[in-house]
Design a protein around this ligand. Sequence first.
Ligand code: SF4
Length: 380
Amino acid sequence: MEIGLYIHVPFCVQKCLYCDFTSYDNMTDLFWSYTDALLQEIAKEGAALAKDGVQVSTVYFGGGTPTALPIECLERLLLQVKKSFSLLPEAEVTMEVNPGTADAEKLTLLHSYGVNRLSFGVQSFDDDVLEACGRIHRSKEAIAALDAAKAAGFSNVSLDLMYGLPRQTFESLKESLAQAVELDVTHVSVYGLKVEENTPFFYLEKQGKLELPDEDVEAQMYQFVNEFLPNKGFRRYEISNYAKRGYESRHNLRYWRYQSYLGLGVAAHSFLEGRRLANTQDVHEYIEIVSRGGSPRVEYEESDVWTAMAEFVFLALRTADGLETAEFTRRFSVVFDDIYGQVTAELIEKDLVRHAGGRICLTERGMQFGNQVFEEFLPE
Ligand code: SF4
């Protein structure tokens, strides 16, 4: 069996004003104890899976900001992964990077320790927008970090951008996209801002103090992204993800293809043999439990078959390749149309999905209103 490995590093230099991920600022005192706990969890889980002959084809360090950790911690983590897991020689090893936490030396060392893909959280190249979002870096630093990545030998570099942000105009988004293309990255993710509960943006919005681009401008931005990037050679292979051919994120494709992955670290989720597992969300508890040899898993869920089928469908539909109906039948031993024929026909009628040679895919409109489509497949 092959799996992907996700490793969560929950530290950031400063919380961005829109962020609801499990990440903490001002916790530098936990860097080493968290790394030690993570090393223990990697060793323990790796030993268990190696016994069963499980191989790892992708590794993803996410957060938080993995590069907020000192390079010595990252080196130990990368070495431990190699030691404890059976890593395939061609494995994709990604690390998320905040441009404010990575210099040429750090990136060069990461490359030498086996990281072969970087994912930069840039969000915008407009300093006004970056400031309004509480980002720690400015455009100049992002450009320098991307140049340093290239100089360090990385040929597979991704960049995250956002639209619908405060102080962001249509022109500003256009310039950010043009800058991304000029930097010659191989992958771009573009997300629309969603104001999440309990974030500073949520409270500002409640007080009427969050000024965002209006709906028409946001729609114009969405449209522009989807025309501009494909025109520059980036295929839209998932609702929010664009890649040059051959540079799709293999790790993220595992999620959308309903393939197994193991999540390690605080708040990390796993999907193994059809079961969803989750680690504790509390970083202190995580360190305490793992340090005394316990398991940090707090949730365990065996999906009922209706939920599993729905998940399989809407994860696959997120991708441009869509859902292969024969694969659905292989997995669940039922014919796709017997279960979802009626729903699919209605969605085709509304121009939200289409048939494409044994596959069901979202249409242009379906990509825009994906959540509306996915809801239709959920069990009542
Ligand atoms: S750097 Fe990323 S994880 Fe950290 S607060 Fe900002 S958006 Fe959240």
